[in-house]
Design a protein around this ligand. Structure first.
Ligand SMILES: NC(=O)C1=CN([C@@H]2O[C@H](COP(=O)(O)OP(=O)(O)OC[C@H]3O[C@@H](n4cnc5c(N)ncnc54)[C@H](O)[C@@H]3O)[C@@H](O)[C@H]2O)C=CC1
Ligand SMILES: O=C(O)C(=O)COP(=O)(O)O
Length: 326
């Protein structure tokens, strides 16, 4: 049997392709619950909670494939997996719409102080002057990272009558024109936008993309959104800019350390937060779990996987060797 450990929360229905296979056994448990049998699993399915470290990979000696039911693979030591000949796959488009919608909910909430006003009314206050907001219409949304999610955010911004300024190193002018957005340099987006939202992966290159120096290049009164990954924006620099009034507000779904219990940012009155909920919809979770299950099943059947993030790097013979089922 091909043993699949599902160590983060995923809907049963999404795991159906694997559960219904006669060649596969699915075990849904936390890593801590299966410490003694880690060497028996052939596949590991995770979201962002499980940290697939070098240490964990070394213990999982029968592992052939890691499936990320989502997009970001920054919680997986992909280099180590590659060295060990373990394929890493993700579900690149299953949660795009959910994250774009959440980003837009955060932008709207931030501009109209909805979370703060909600708390106020529930505390039996009726304060209509403290929560005067700003319209989105006519404002400039700066999008850093114009991939799947950034593109969907842009479509929604345009529907609200916003202008969209975009920086992405792989964006072409042709595509920008087609999408009705303005393609600019990183610095130009920083200096022109009323609201900046980041949608890049977290990599060595994007870590601290918004820092003390780059935040200083933004407009006074700018609002900053992060529904991508903690660490893309340096939290200390953001807090300082909020405290000195340069940044008027921030909406954060993700944090350098999750949960952010020691982050002073969460106590700032102009910061609104959610607990990494971007992909947490019924639809997205069903999509990503189904996609990843179907991919793992393809792998079990010896068919090529389509969404590997490290496949070309692993030598083909190493995969063939791993493909032989126990
Ligand atoms: N909050 C949440 O629950 C979720 C967060 N995410 C995060 O969102 C990220 C983006 O997701 P997708 O749009 O699906 O990925 P994608 O791969 O479609 O797009 C990422 C874009 O970022 C661009 N990029 C890379 N480096 C850049 C840089 N230095 N400056 C500007 N652009 C750069 C790439 O060229 C690419 O176009 C994921 O990597 C993940 O970390 C994704 C899903 C859920
Ligand atoms: O897909 C992603 O990159 C996400 O951040 C979603 O994370 P989650 O699966 O909800 O823990």
């Amino acid at each position: 049997m091909f043993r699949v450990l599902v160590s983060d929360k995923m809907p049963n229905e999404g795991l159906k392709p694997l559960r219904e296979s006669e060649f596969v056994e699915v075990i849904q448990k936390n890593i801590t619950e299966v410490e003694d049998e880690l060497n028996t699993f052939n596949a590991l399915l995770v979201r962002s909670d499980t940290k697939v470290t070098k240490e964990l990979l070394k213990k999982m000696t029968s592992l052939k494939i890691v499936g990320r039911a989502g997009v970001g693979v920054d919680n997986i030591d992909v280099d180590e997996a590659t060295k060990q000949g373990v394929i890493v796959i993700n579900a690149p488009n299953g949660n795009t719409i959910s994250v774009a919608e959440h980003t837009f909910a955060m932008i709207s909430s931030l501009m109209r102080h909805i979370p703060q006003a909600n708390i106020s009314v529930k505390s039996k206050e009726w304060n209509r002057t403290a929560f005067v907001g700003s319209e989105l219409y006519g404002k400039i949304l700066g999008i850093i990272g114009f991939g799947r999610i950034g593109t969907e955010v842009a479509k929604r911004a345009k529907a609200f009558g916003m202008k969209v300024h975009v920086f992405d190193p792989i964006l072409t002018r042709e595509r920008a024109n087609k999408m009705g957005v303005e393609m600019l340099s990183f610095d130009e987006v920083l200096s022109s936008a009323d609201i900046i939202t980041v949608h890049t992966p977290l990599t060595e290159e994007t870590k601290g993309l918004l820092n003390k120096d780059t935040i200083a290049k933004t407009k006074k009164g700018v609002r900053i959104i992060n529904c991508a990954r903690g660490g893309i924006i340096e939290e200390e620099a953001l807090l300082e800019a909020l405290e000195n009034g340069h940044v008027a507000g921030a909406a954060l779904d993700v944090f350098e350390v999750e949960p952010p219990i020691h982050s002073k940012l969460i106590d700032h009155p102009s910061v609104i937060v959610t607990p990494h909920l971007g992909a947490s919809t019924k639809e997205a979770q069903l999509n990503v779990a189904t996609q990843i299950s179907e991919e793992v099943l393809r792998f079990v059947k010896g068919l090529p996987v389509m969404s590997s993030v490290n496949f070309p790097i692993i030598k083909k013979d190493k995969i063939q060797e791993k493909l032989v089922l126990n």
